[in-house]
Each structure stands twice: as structure tokens, then as C-alpha cells.
Design a protein around this ligand. Structure first.
Ligand SMILES: [Zn+2]
Ligand SMILES: [Zn+2]
Ligand SMILES: [Zn+2]
Length: 305
């Protein structure tokens, strides 16, 4: 079912003549659910009826919805192996503007370890069992047989893309495909988001909070830093159902990136503590939250610490 060595699949090109569509149909025939990516290499936005998931979402999303939309709405959840859907008028219109083909690794029983930097590739070479690899712009995809939960930033430059996620199709790659090893599964600590009933919250939130006195080398105003931080914390706290750990990673990376041009220090440690605290308050285990935040800051570049 998965892309295998015998299938000679065309590399995705930029032809407006249906190259992406042909690639997509080949993948679908091999049992790999596909979706088009638009400019920016992101999924097409939802149609008006599905905006903000007003339709309730696709049946295969985390919260099962009833959406039967014919357009490629709902990102990875739209991925399909059905050639009738892939060649429908709605999808044909999308393929015409597509810049790449993506696939839903989890839906094909696969896990993609997305290595974004040469350092991440080097780490994989020393740590992970050899498997099918596909070169990417700055790194490699390592593809294993077996699905797991997806997670961004499990290490600097390393994302796990499998269930409820998509990866760019960049060709079949080379090498035999290995069964998903525990060393990869262990990269994703189970993100238990059962609210922790105030138990751990106090232990973290009593710690450092950001204030200008810890940011003597920051070129931003207090108001700028504080506004950005509050916005980020609100995003994390809103993730009461799932994804607070990933959100914490994203917020930490985003906020740290604002300070890469500062001479420093900018009080990033204190900012990190506040993000950890927000994640813990919605049930993320502290160790997991801390690692997500550290990875986020490291991914942004360490110049402003
Ligand atoms: Zn729709
Ligand atoms: Zn919908
Ligand atoms: Zn700064």
C-alpha cells in the first residue's frame, strides 16, 4: 500500500497540465491518501460553508463531524484515495492551482520523521534505524512502516508526521522501509491533557514571570513583549482538549524569534516559564511542557537567551 521501490512515481513538478493530479492518482492507487497543497505549501483553505469548521468537521477528524463537502476542505482530513473525489470538479480546480502534492502518512500506515536541518539529519543517522529516505529542501524525510501520533518539534528540527497530519510528497525516495521502531515512538511523550485539578499549577506558576528587569539587553518595549506573551499564553490556555504541548512549542518558538536580533538578555527563561505554566494549567505534564518550550526556543535560535 505504501510507496514502494517498485512503483516509479513521478516527482511532483509545477506543471499546470495535471502533473500533480497524475502524481496524486498514482499515490491513491497505491493506497496513499492525498491532498493538494497551494502556494506556501499549505492545504487549501476551507470553503465558505466549512469556514472555522462551521460544518462540524470531517468524520475522520478528532471530533467526528458530518461534513460531506466536495472541496478539499479541512486540511489533512480531506486526504483521500478515492479517484472520483480526486478528479471531481472541485478538486480539479484545486489541482490547477496546486504547487505540490501532500499525503496523509497515518492514513497509509506510515510515519514520516521530518528532519529539517543537516544537524537533525546527522542526529537521525546516529540514532534511528535506517529506512526509506527522501531528500527535502533542507533535510530529509525518514519514512517508517507503522502509524503513530504526530508531534512537532520533538527535538530541534524534528517533526513526527503520521496520524492527523500531512507531509509533502517529494518522490518515492530510496531504501527499504523499516517497521516503526520504539526509539521513534518514544520521541513523542504521551501528552495527557486531562486537567490536573490545580495540583501542579501552583508549583510552576509561583516561579519566574517576565518583567523588564530580567531583559536588560532587549530592544523591545515592555508593552511589546508583554502583549505578545499574553497572546501566546492565551493560545496555549485555549487548548483545553488537546495540542497544548505543540502550541507551547509554537508559542515559544514564535516569541523567541522576536529576540534573535536583540543583544540580550531578553528574559527568555522567564518567558519560557510562563509558557510552561500555561501548558501545565491545561493538563500538560510539566516535563513534557518544559521540553516543548526548550525545543521551541532552541529552534528559534539561541542568540537572545
Ligand atoms: Zn468545504
Ligand atoms: Zn466541512
Ligand atoms: Zn529582546
Amino acid at each position: 500500500m505504501a510507496p514502494d521501490g517498485k512503483t516509479r512515481l513521478p516527482l511532483a513538478g509545477n506543471h499546470p497540465d495535471g502533473t500533480h493530479l497524475r502524481t496524486a492518482l498514482n499515490l491513491a492507487a497505491a493506497g496513499v491518501p492525498v491532498l493538494p497543497l497551494r502556494h506556501g505549501k499549505v492545504p487549501f483553505g476551507n470553503c465558505r460553508a466549512c469556514a472555522d469548521t462551521a460544518c462540524g468537521g470531517r468524520p475522520n477528524m478528532k471530533r467526528a463531524g458530518t461534513c460531506q463537502c466536495l472541496a478539499p476542505c479541512h486540511a489533512w482530513a480531506a486526504a483521500t484515495t478515492d479517484p472520483d473525489v480526486i478528479t471531481s470538479p472541485e478538486w480539479t480546480a484545486a489541482w490547477r492551482h496546486a504547487v505540490a502534492v501532500a499525503y496523509h502518512p497515518g492514513g497509509a500506515g506510515l510515519t514520516v520523521v521530518d528532519l529539517d536541518t543537516p544537524a537533525a539529519v546527522a542526529w537521525a543517522g546516529e540514532t534511528l534505524p535506517a529506512t526509506r529516505t527522501v531528500p527535502t529542501t533542507r533535510g530529509e524525510h525518514w519514512i517508517y512502516r507503522g502509524a503513530m501520533r504526530s508531534s512537532n518539534g520533538v527535538r530541534p528540527g524534528v517533526d513526527i508526521k503520521s496520524l492527523m497530519n500531512y507531509a509533502r510528497w517529494l518522490g518515492p525516495g530510496t531504501g527499504g522501509m523499516t517497521v516503526l521502531p520504539s526509539v521513534v515512538r518514544d520521541l513523542v511523550v504521551r501528552e495527557d491533557t486531562t486537567p490536573a485539578a490545580g495540583r501542579v499549577v501552583s508549583s510552576v506558576s509561583a516561579r519566574a514571570t517576565w518583567n523588564p528587569s530580567v531583559a536588560t539587553g532587549c530592544r523591545h518595549t515592555e508593552r511589546f513583549v508583554r502583549t505578545g506573551l499574553e497572546r501566546g499564553l492565551a493560545l496555549v490556555r485555549a487548548r483545553t482538549e488537546s495540542g497544548a504541548g505543540s502550541q507551547a512549542f509554537g508559542v515559544a518558538r514564535f516569541l523567541a524569534m522576536q529576540h534573535t536580533q536583540c543583544p540580550g538578555p531578553c528574559g527568555l527563561d522567564a518567558i519560557g516559564e510562563e509558557i510552561v505554566s500555561a501548558a501545565v494549567s491545561v493538563g500538560v505534564p510539566e516535563a513534557y511542557a518544559r521540553r516543548a518550550v526548550t525545543n521551541g526556543v532552541e529552534t528559534a535560535g539561541e542568540r537572545a537567551a
